[in-house]
Design a binder for this molecule. Structure first.
Ligand SMILES: Cc1cc2nc3c(=O)[nH]c(=O)nc-3n(C[C@H](O)[C@H](O)[C@H](O)COP(=O)(O)O)c2cc1C
Length: 172
């Protein structure tokens, strides 16, 4: 386990992975971290998760999101709007879960990537078809988090993204 400052500051988008499986225990920890995220209404969070390890399914997803292909595991974050109390803010709810998952991956010595899906309807529909969602009107594929041990040259490491000019005090 790493300390919080290290996790937040060294997380990078890891787009290539070693051909090494991720332990199911670690996948569960990443899912738990996702569900610990803040949501617009406690107890009415829209998030659901589809864990995919099957190489054929990963390759199919990779036809739409190319970086998924080589990953040992992909987690599709799905917003189930029927679960949500505030039904219009599902993208914020899902984003909070996604970031928590990426940070937990770093904590576990893994790398992760946020593969964007929503709000592009065509992409959402195609991803939905692959994972068994026939209709995306209430059940929306939001993004795909890939996870794995980073390939050489893709390590989590600090990159300074701080920009003082973006900070405003008291008024914009
Ligand atoms: C909403 C969203 C969608 C993204 N979609 C993709 C994607 O489809 N493919 C990809 O390689 N990276 C994707 N990323 C990762 C960003 O490219 C990455 O976070 C950004 O370049 C900053 O790099 P860092 O994550 O290493 O700080 C996405 C990130 C976000 C927040």
């Amino acid at each position: 386990m790493a300390d919080f400052e290290t996790i937040v500051n060294t997380r990078r988008s890891i787009r290539e992975y070693q051909q090494k499986d991720v332990d199911d225990e670690d996948i569960l920890k990443i899912l738990k971290a996702g569900m610990q995220a803040p949501g617009s209404r406690l107890g009415a969070e829209p998030w659901e998760f589809v864990v995919i390890k099957d190489k054929e399914t990963l390759a199919k997803l990779g036809e739409i999101k190319p970086r998924v292909t080589g990953a040992p595991v992909a987690i599709v974050l799905v917003a189930n709007i029927e679960r949500a109390f505030y039904k219009t803010v599902w993208q914020q709810d899902m984003g909070a879960a996604a970031e928590n998952m990426l940070l937990e991956a770093v904590n576990l010595g893994l790398g992760g990537l946020w593969n964007g899906v929503a709000p592009d309807e065509e992409r959402m529909t195609k991803i939905g078809e692959i994972i068994g969602i026939a209709d995306i009107s209430e059940t929306k594929p939001y993004c795909i988090i890939t996870v794995g041990y980073p390939a050489e040259g893709w390590e989590n490491k600090f990159m300074d993204k701080f920009d003082e000019e973006r900070i405003h005090y008291e008024k914009y």
